[in-house]
Design a protein around this ligand. Structure first.
Ligand code: ZN
Length: 347
């Protein structure tokens, strides 16, 4: 057991989650941010493991914990709270998923249904039309299939690839660099990666993303499906016209396919510097009044109402142990991270 795991166990024994609960208060809004629900160690898993937030078993345990300690609310209730002064039950919690992976339907939805939990899935809408792996999964595909023992890669140079651990380290270093550069350069570097690793680009994979039929079924069962752009560029790395196309295009596709009202958005990557004041203005022009980042939540009610286009979330990862999950949802990371908002407060 690592030192961190031991520390969490000691803090649990000291009832630290209760102290966090008292610190944040029962009125705080907690929003969970999931991506994939899958087993990245399963044979044949060839995509990006860090995008997996939990295995189906872990997800079921996490939802059981949420049922005990929170009141799960839907997007409509959150919007009414943020924009119309309505109140929420104590310890309100919204469950969200980014990207629209098929496993949200196959693995998460049955668990949500069992508990009667609503949720929101933010869709990368081009993938419902054509299920090509997203850029991070494309990158993982090249590393998964390469026979090369070493290669000179864009952005990170000469790399030893002779073991799984070395391949993973190279892939993770490359993904970090790819997130920093303009979108067009990123896509070029991705193609060069495939060439350097001598692997063909991946084709569409029907097991990767939901179809519009899945989306419609979820919507009719109380799982809102809202926009997350068309192609998932980090919006701060593209020009204003591209940002507008990405936002409006994803809203329009969802409206056409589901007839839903579009009211919420999740920023691709969602960190500091991944969206700008221009992004927020474009969202408002598209009638989106609520948007979610990946900065650490929960958030106090008055802060949420002042910054409805920058609602922080609890980012969950596949390596979260039970203890770590508890501390995350009870707001330990948010306590340690200074709240940062780029937009003007709405008063
Ligand atoms: Zn995403």
């Amino acid at each position: 057991m690592s030192k961190v795991q031991i520390a969490f166990k000691v803090l649990m024994a000291l009832k630290a989650p209760r102290l966090l609960d008292a610190y944040w208060g029962a009125e705080r809004l907690t929003v969970l941010a999931y991506h994939r629900i899958a087993d990245p160690t399963a044979p044949g898993f060839k995509y990006d493991p860090p995008v997996v937030s939990a295995t189906p078993e872990k997800f079921a345990l996490q939802m059981a914990y949420i049922r005990e300690h929170f009141n799960v609310v839907d997007l409509e209730a959150v919007n009414a709270f943020l924009h119309h002064g309505r109140s929420l039950p104590p310890r309100p919690l919204l469950i969200t998923f980014d990207d629209g992976y098929l496993d949200n339907y196959t693995h998460a939805y049955p668990v949500l249904k069992r508990h009667g939990f609503p949720a929101v899935i933010f869709l990368l809408t081009s993938r419902m039309d054509n299920p090509l792996p997203a850029w991070w999964d494309e990158c993982a595909h090249y590393f998964h299939h390469t026979q090369r023992q070493a290669a000179t890669l864009p952005l990170i140079g000469e790399r030893d690839l002779s073991s799984p651990a070395l391949r993973r380290a190279a892939r993770e270093a490359l993904v970090r660099q790819l997130k920093r550069i303009p979108e067009a350069e990123k896509l070029a570097a991705l193609r060069q990666t495939g060439e350097a690793l001598q692997v063909d680009p991946p084709g569409p994979d029907p097991d990767l993303f939901m179809t519009w039929d899945h989306v419609r079924e979820l919507v009719s069962a109380g799982i809102a499906c809202q926009p997350h752009t068309v192609n998932h560029p980090i919006l701060a790395r593209v020009d204003e016209e591209t940002q507008r196309r990405e936002i409006v295009g994803s809203c329009e596709r969802i409206r056409e396919e589901t007839g839903q009202t579009i009211s919420a958005f999740a920023y691709p990557n969602g960190g500091v510097g991944d969206y700008t004041a221009t992004t927020m203005r474009l969202l408002q022009q598209a009638d989106i009044r609520t948007a979610f980042t990946l900065l650490a939540g929960p958030v106090r009610p008055q802060v949420a109402r002042q910054h409805p286009l920058e609602i922080p979330r609890v980012y969950l990862g596949g390596r979260d142990t039970v203890e770590r999950f508890v501390f995350k949802v009870m707001g330990l990371p948010a306590l340690m991270e200074r709240p940062r908002f780029i937009g003007q407060a709405v008063v």
